[in-house]
Design a protein around this ligand. Structure first.
Ligand code: HEC
Ligand code: HEC
Ligand code: HEC
Ligand code: HEC
Ligand code: HEC
Length: 458
């Protein structure tokens, strides 16, 4: 009876997001307190982009620019996701953070996330926060000495993440981040695969159970979620010295997509050759890239070299100054009031292009080149899918030249050869000498043995 009354009350209030300045920051608990009993969880969260959501130097530069460009109109808007405690406690504005408490600087932290008692839908952070002794979470049978525990289904659903991972422009309603909406309309939602299944387990592209205890003295459970919530950010994580999350981001990017290539096996000098390269978003529950997808960059680098290593064709190469040799970018292009491309989403009024790859979707590109008269065979064709967190010139503009180099990550690659004759192609397909064949078999046997040993160790 008491529980059901409580639930009813909660639902009634769930419609009203907590307002600016409605609470004070001393109502929230420092994450170090939670670490006393949730040490592993704390260790996983500390250093993630949630932990750094406010201190993130890239965000810091951009939010000041946004504030400047809009005479402060967006201050509260941006801060509601990047320092939620700062907003509900009214410590922001001022946007320079001069009134901000230490706990608000913890970004998206433990207590904030676990005193969310409801939400008015998704997008633009419509959360209801009820700081205090009750911590809400995914368990309906949880007992702790320090705090009360309350089950809320929201925590197990994508709608929880969708509060902050869908962003519409506060003044003109333009959708600038559609991560949740795309997931909702895509194949994963239909199959019941939620954000937590990929981002709060070690599974990366699908759920993997992680048995353990959620706190000291707690019962053993079949699955405890991991709070090392990682996306593709190997840039800011590295700047902040959080290498382990940079490495996890690279690992995630490497499992995101697959490539296939359709090229002729034979080509003569002087021929025009067409390559068809397809990219499939095989691992992400949303488009790739997602989030600030006007800033993220995904592209194909394609190179063809002849038998002597001489370049025959090349696109998507990154020059020393960080610019990319002409190629198609898989991201979004936002347009400002004049219809010109802009990377400043607070100035955006339209979406000029959306070239991202949908979940389980495939896009294909055609590349054509002429085989020069002086090549040596075979021609080696190589395609690599690349990811960069931001254009180098944007980072140079914000932080100064030669301060940070944005890492270029190879997500996946594929290669093939083009031969001069059918015979050469056939020779390459079957090992010519018995020696090579025998060596090959030994390698396979060794690999099999190694694999077997690895399996036994885990
Ligand atoms: C971005 C919001 C967010 C942050 C930050 C966060 N959590 Fe969670 N936490 C969740 C969600 C969502 C779940 C439920 C995941 C599921 O079961 O699908 C959860 C689950 C839990 C659980 C239940 C056990 C488990 O792991 O499944 C505990 C305990 C917990 N969190 C403690 C913490 C502590 C301590 C911190 C800070 C170190 C923290 N959380 C930070 C969102 C958050
Ligand atoms: C004195 C130890 C202790 C402290 C301090 C502590 N917890 Fe817990 N907490 C526990 C235990 C034990 C559980 C039970 C875990 C279980 O049921 O598997 C728990 C459970 C939880 C749950 C799961 C609730 C549910 O119903 O799903 C959440 C969320 C949580 N704690 C968050 C926090 C946060 C946030 C803090 C810091 C503000 C915190 N805890 C501080 C011991 C503690
Ligand atoms: C209170 C708002 C909030 C909630 C709730 C929230 N996030 Fe986030 N999340 C953020 C913000 C803000 C950032 C970006 C921080 C930055 O890069 O400066 C972020 C960053 C991330 C990243 C890192 C992105 C990258 O480029 O590496 C991932 C992944 C992520 N969130 C997933 C989730 C998932 C999954 C959930 C639900 C379990 C969730 N978030 C819930 C606000 C939130
Ligand atoms: C099927 C697994 C899967 C599901 C479901 C999934 N993600 Fe992801 N997510 C990934 C992979 C893989 C990446 C890395 C590719 C990338 O960064 O674009 C990623 C990247 C991200 C990023 C960083 C994007 C970038 O490039 O900056 C964010 C933010 C994110 N996910 C949030 C979410 C949210 C929120 C949900 C639920 C609405 C969700 N994800 C559902 C697998 C998944
Ligand atoms: C509704 C929540 C929300 C609001 C409002 C919001 N952001 Fe974010 N922001 C996010 C999330 C979630 C991410 C992570 C997405 C990703 O990794 O691609 C993010 C990422 C970013 C990043 C990239 C950080 C990095 O390390 O790569 C910048 C910069 C940024 N936001 C600036 C802003 C500015 C400026 C505003 C206001 C004009 C703003 N944000 C408003 C949720 C929000």
């Amino acid at each position: 009876m008491i529980t059901s009354l409580f639930t009813i009350t909660c639902n009634v209030f769930a419609a009203t997001p907590t307002a600016h300045g409605e609470l004070s920051s001393d109502m929230f608990t420092d994450s170090k307190k939670c670490a006393q009993c949730h040490a592993i969880t704390h260790d996983q969260w500390e250093g993630t982009m949630h932990y750094n959501a406010y201190e993130d130097p890239f965000y810091q530069k951009e939010v000041l620019a946004a504030s400047n460009d809009t005479q402060g109109i967006v201050d509260e808007f941006c801060s509601r996701c990047h320092t939620p405690i700062g907003v509900v406690s009214g410590e922001i504005p001022p946007i320079d953070g001069s009134d901000l408490s230490a706990i608000a600087r913890e970004g998206v932290q433990c207590d904030l996330c676990h005193v969310i008692s409801g939400s008015n839908g998704t997008g633009n952070a419509p959360f209801v926060v009820s700081p205090g002794n009750i911590k809400w979470g995914p368990f309906d049978d949880s007992r702790a000495a320090y705090h009360e525990s309350e089950y809320l289904e929201l925590y197990t659903r994508s709608e929880y993440c969708g509060m902050c991972h869908d962003v519409t422009h506060p003044l003109n309603g333009l959708v600038v981040d559609d991560t949740y909406t795309v997931w909702k309309e895509g194949p994963y939602a239909e199959e019941g695969v939620v954000c937590q299944d990929c981002h709060m387990t070690s599974g990366i592209t699908k759920f993997e159970a992680n048995p353990g205890r959620a706190g000291s003295g707690a019962q053993k459970r079949e699955h405890i979620s991991t709070h090392a919530i990682v996306g593709g950010n190997a840039f800011i994580t590295e700047i902040l010295g959080e290498e382990r999350y940079g490495e996890m981001a690279v690992e995630r990017l490497e499992k995101t997509a697959t490539l296939s290539i359709d090229a002729p096996q034979i080509g003569q000098r002087g021929d025009n050759v067409s390559l068809n390269i397809s990219i499939t978003n095989s691992g992400a529950g949303h488009k790739i890239p997602t989030g600030v997808s006007e800033i993220r960059q995904i592209w194909l680098a394609v190179s063809v070299k002849d038998g002597s290593g001489k370049q025959v064709y090349n696109t998507g190469e990154v020059y020393d100054n960080g610019t990319i040799r002409y190629t198609k970018m898989y991201n979004t292009v936002l347009g400002d009031a004049q219809g010109q491309p802009t990377l400043s989403f607070w100035l955006a009024q339209s979406i000029l292009e959306d070239n991202r790859i949908p979940p389980r979707g495939t896009v294909s590109e055609k590349y054509t080149f002429r085989i020069p008269d002086d090549v040596t065979y075979p021609l080696a064709v190589e395609a690599t899918l690349k990811y960069r967190s931001a254009p180098q010139d944007l980072i140079d503009h914000l932080f100064g030249e030669d301060v940070y180099e944005v890492p270029v990550i190879s997500m996946t690659e594929i290669s093939t050869n083009i031969y001069e004759t059918e015979e050469a192609a056939a020779d390459a397909a079957t090992p010519a000498t018995p020696g090579v064949g025998a060596l090959g078999s030994v390698t396979i046997l060794l690999c099999a043995a190694y694999y077997y040993m690895e399996r036994r160790e885990t």
